[in-house]
Design a protein around this ligand. Structure first.
Ligand SMILES: Cc1cc2nc3c(=O)[nH]c(=O)nc-3n(C[C@H](O)[C@H](O)[C@H](O)COP(=O)(O)O)c2cc1C
Length: 177
């Protein structure tokens, strides 16, 4: 049976550059079923222990948790908001972590970040590199993607060095699926 991989852009923006980058990386995989997750399809209430106690888990939370149960790996690209996770991503992560602390199920992960700036979301990437392993992430490779508008045009990476680096990471990720 084909392996199933989720791509997730860590953002709720309609035109999320991170969603595009994660999906692009997923499109490089061969003989794998790639499921592209849009956080907008799993909108959750703002997490609080009170909402959790009063209302329990929303359908979006249990649905996404079930999808995470079935996946063989993750390609995540994180948006950076003020040096950290976007609110939408952190909210999703907080809800999911209440059902299963090992959110990432010890499955292989390719961890990316993209931003319009020169650092390519390196601050949020570093946060995730530090924290995700405690949440069951098996991070195979990581890469910040800088200057998105200059380097990614019309559904393609136009910077040869960045493309080569990403293709190499995807191959390494593919090997461990
Ligand atoms: C509230 C806010 C804070 C931001 N902070 C940062 C930042 O700290 N570093 C950065 O590189 N870009 C920052 N940006 C720019 C984002 O990287 C940019 O909006 C990017 O498109 C977000 O990714 P997305 O398109 O996947 O949502 C910020 C944008 C917003 C709206």
């Amino acid at each position: 049976m084909k392996k199933m991989i989720l791509t997730i852009g860590g953002s709720s923006s309609k035109n999320s550059i991170n969603k595009k980058l994660a999906e692009y990386a997923g499109s490089l995989l061969k003989n794998v079923e790639v499921v592209n997750i849009d956080l907008n399809d799993f909108e959750m209430p703002l997490f609080s222990v009170d909402v959790e106690a009063e209302k329990g888990y929303s359908k979006a939370t249990t649905d996404l948790n079930r999808i995470f149960d079935k996946t063989d790996g993750f390609i995540i690209s994180l948006a950076e908001h003020n040096g950290a996770y976007s609110t939408a991503f952190k909210n999703t992560l907080d809800w999911l972590s209440r059902i299963e602390g090992k959110v990432w199920r010890n499955r292989p992960m390719l961890l990316l970040s993209a931003s319009p700036g020169i650092r390519g979301g390196k601050s949020v990437l570093d946060i995730a590199l530090g924290k995700f392993p405690f949440m069951g992430a098996n991070i195979i490779g990581n890469m910040p993607f800088p200057l998105y508008a200059e380097n990614f045009k019309e559904d393609e990476i136009v910077n040869a060095e960045l493309k080569e680096a990403l293709v190499k990471l995807v191959k390494e990720f593919e090997k461990v699926l």
